[in-house]
Design a protein around this ligand. Sequence first.
Ligand SMILES: NC(=O)C1=CN([C@@H]2O[C@H](COP(=O)(O)OP(=O)(O)OC[C@H]3O[C@@H](n4cnc5c(N)ncnc54)[C@H](O)[C@@H]3O)[C@@H](O)[C@H]2O)C=CC1
Ligand SMILES: CC(C)CC(=O)C(=O)O
Ligand SMILES: [Mg+2]
Length: 349
Amino acid sequence: MVSQIALLAGDGIGIEIMAEAEKLLRALDIKGLSLIHADCGGTAYHKHGHPLPKATLDIAKNSDAILFGAVGDPSCDNLDRHLRPEQAVLGLRSELGLFANLRPAKMMSGMEGSSSLRANISQNIDMLIVRELNGDVYFGEKGMRQTDTGLRQGYDIMSYDEDEVRRIAHVGFKAAQGRQGKLCSVDKANVLETSQLWRDVVIEVAAEYPDVELSHMYVDNAAMQMVKAPGQFDVILTGNLFGDILSDLASMCVGSIGLLASASLSQGRLGLYEPIHGSAPDIAGQQIANPLAMILSTAMMFRHSLDNEEIAAKIEQAVAKTLADNILGRDLGGLASTSEIGDAVIARL
Ligand SMILES: NC(=O)C1=CN([C@@H]2O[C@H](COP(=O)(O)OP(=O)(O)OC[C@H]3O[C@@H](n4cnc5c(N)ncnc54)[C@H](O)[C@@H]3O)[C@@H](O)[C@H]2O)C=CC1
Ligand SMILES: CC(C)CC(=O)C(=O)O
Ligand SMILES: [Mg+2]
């Protein structure tokens, strides 16, 4: 059987880290894997006038999985919102129904010193953030208007319906069943109606998972607890906005944003796999980006879309050995370049 993988490098360091993922896929030399490149983000806007051209969307739809680098280009920051690079990833998430975003954050052995937290606090971190990805303020009605008194006013509507909450809650509870059996639902139900519905529906769904221990936490407290005692978390279930923010926070608890991978899953087999970080314009083009989040996202692709746990584990072990051998990028206090890190992983497969 042939599996088609779409490679969407995007912008900035997306291009450099995707080169390492592609090198790894070619080194693995797996039969029946075909790779196809497509433009997206600012790169696609400059070439084709749109951040997510129809040709790219068609390639994504016709693939078994999508590897995605990152999008974002400061030269596009003043374009109309629908033409900005970020619309590429938002468009793929909504067009492909990628509603479940899994963002694991685990302390790798020997990396405690790289965490922004003291080693005794960071040593036991092993959490999975399950973030809803198709709703919330990101996809609600938004715009700019004028108030009655003539002031400019921006607005973004936050909303979830109960079906949206229910389907992501099931993903969270099932994930907890396969881990330590604990799920913490993070919301802001003390202030937001959207969150009250979220909490009510999560409690309803919990009745189907009596083996999972459910707790609830307000998002402000969750941010504090993640720094104070991150080892308490197993699965964190949360909405699009809170999950976006908390996952960047979680990344520094385990050492670097350059280490955090993600899977964005639909109801079927198709998934999009990307690091949680962006295009990092401040370091783009210098070969100093850490490609490990991209490489670990590739491992997640083998696990979730290609049903190949063996290759997923092989990649993850090679990454762990690379780190254990002290081959570190600048984000982790080392000097290895992007391609040296990619080569080191391949050498340890
Ligand atoms: N999924 C996506 O494509 C995302 C795109 N973005 C976009 O990326 C652009 C830049 O956004 P920022 O807020 O600066 O976030 P960012 O994640 O691109 O960068 C934040 C900081 O982390 C560093 N960093 C990120 N990835 C790294 C890596 N692999 N190795 C070493 N250091 C790394 C950067 O150098 C920067 O100092 C914006 O246009 C933003 O909209 C942001 C997040 C996600
Ligand atoms: C659209 C992206 C820029 C949102 C984001 O930061 C993320 O998904 O991590
Ligand atoms: Mg983000």
